[in-house]
Write a protein that binds this ligand. Sequence first.
Ligand code: APR
Length: 229
Amino acid sequence: METFDLSRYRNIVFFTGAGMSAESGVPTYRGKGGIWGSYSIEEYACQQAFDRNPEKVLGFHEKRRRSVLDCEPHEGHRVIARMPDARVVTQNIDGMHQRAGSQEVIELHGSLWRLRCDNCGHNKEDLGRSYEARRCACGSWLRPDIIWFGDMLDPLVMSRAAEAIGNCDLFISIGTSGTVWPAAGFPDLARKSGACCIEINPEPSGATRYDRVVEGAAGEVLPKLFGSC
Ligand code: APR
């Protein structure tokens, strides 16, 4: 595989989904071994589930934090991190891009490493294997600061992502099934702004909107395409 010539591009966006972290050992959501194959969204990934049983939902997310901490970013994450001018827009909540060294990551779906209180508005970083506290000082349950099914995306985060993608000239989508909106519309947004669009995925989405589809795993393809950049 030939190295991709980046010299023509000024505004590069890497748009990543769960497949970006798959080779690190973090399971994807759909497909073989996917999280939603073993855990139901209704029981673990929506506000109603949290309201019904906060301990159970917090326990699930704490388990996910532990499994992510047992994983390490791979060379693909590091290749992206070595391109400081490129923007990273991710659907992932695992913090792997940051652990690899990416400084500015637009996290569409929030982060496993933050908790918030919907009662008093307190929002705090919490990086350990176990939560420092499950309740806020105000007495309410803290919830993971992530987007569950049925939640609205943070409009500020969404507008930063749309601005980055709407102004990019190279858009590289990696490891997403492209099934969850509004992120599923991002390749079209990039295309409309005239960007060259590349997809990297061992099982490409089949969308026709990409100029180039590289059928392969992120950890193998990224170093080959961009490793010497
Ligand atoms: N390299 C690149 N892509 C990979 C790899 C790999 N090593 N392994 C798997 N993939 C691809 C799969 O082929 C699939 O297209 O990653 C994609 C994972 O898709 P999903 O599990 O649907 O993950 P994602 O698209 O990120 O899901 C979006 O849905 O469940 C919600 O909030 C959750 O952020 C998540 C959102």
